[in-house]
Design a protein around this ligand. Sequence first.
Ligand code: 4AD
Ligand code: MG
Length: 429
Amino acid sequence: MKIRISELTNYLDENVKISGWVYNIRSIGKIWFLILRDGSGYLQCVTVKNDVDDEVFKLEETLTQESSVSVFGKVRKEPRSVGGVELSVSKIIVHQLSNEYPISKKDHGTDFLMTNRHLWLRSKKQNAILKIRHQVIKATRDFYDNNGFILVDSPILTANSVEGTSTLFELDYFDRSAYLTQSGQLYGESSAMAFGNIYVFGPTFRAEKSKTRRHLTEFWMVEPEMAFCDLEQNMDWAEKHVEYVVKHCLEHCRNELETLERDIKKLESITLPFPRITYDDAVEILKNNNVDFKYGSDFGATDETMISNQYQKPVMVHRWPAESKAFYMKRDPKNLNLALGVDMIAPEGYGEIVGGGQREDNFEVLINRIKEHNLPIEHFKWYLDLRKFGSVPHSGFGLGIERTVAWISGTKHIRETIPYPRTMYRLEP
Ligand code: 4AD
Ligand code: MG
């Protein structure tokens, strides 16, 4: 079995073979150091003139950054190095001598780095961000699996719009047209009627024409949906989910958070309960801070930052003016102008990470909403069925993986939180 750098503490004083890429080389005459990376970590390999063949020692002059090599040697304890070990080199095999690597240690512009995303992924910070992404997804799955939710995959090719018709990607589908899914919610709802508690997890698509640091055209969303669940219980699930993910990352991503110089104390203060305020309360905050805000509209990025700055934790804003929200939201029986929706806004200006709410469960009301929103009723027939055959109060939400990773990792721009970002201007690599 291949041994990886992260496992080397189990091989103290043993002879091993480690394969990877040249990260850096430094020489002090009769000794040179190769910093090897293999994706699991970094290893200092020490080559001493008298310990190796001449041709191996001479590799110091020819090896280039990102050349692929296998290094043989003995594992030694070295408390000063990151993994606590180093390698005394006995032999090096070169697989390929890398051409001049375009990404050097000096600063490059983001556009250049994004064009070289396929290579940029190898760098320390990008590696750390995407390892955090991996753990955010793992923790998310663990959380729902451990709580008895069933994973249901929703289709990517759909006939319905869910989140408004302005951001639909339309494509030819034989003799009709189809859309790339904006959200698996509608299928989540039908699945919740079959299984009770479910979650949908997959890529979602929106033709976002905005060029912001929070919007991608392809992003991943986890969407739990619960039968017999009201707005308050929905918020309970959302905050538990987010708390679990943050705790998991604190436990499993220490090195990565340190590499990114994330303020760990801020993450440690993310404990239950999270504050819950109404839309009206949030507007009040904006007014008190002299923000010129039109009641009834959605919050912009700077509004969200202003609201989140009042708290150390994510804040849940609920009960929104109904006209600002989607057709499927249930209205508040105490005030029919309000929708039982909730957004969770991350601290430190990372914006909305969760959107959801309680769903309209009455057949007549829902059919009228679909008509009011000028949506083609024939494509919603199956969805309306759920209100005919054992309708129940139910709720759910969607958590955007990239925005959550951006917040936890402290990454300002969402494009670095997904391996191959898709935006209006970027389809490659
Ligand atoms: O608030 P949204 O639009 O809600 C829905 O799609 C619901 N149907 C979900 C549900 O109730 N099942 O999107 C949910 C989350 C946002 O809070 C945000 O984190 C993320 O998805 N998101 C985006 N992330 C990246 N780029 C975009 N263009 C995004 N649009 C939404
Ligand atoms: Mg939203």
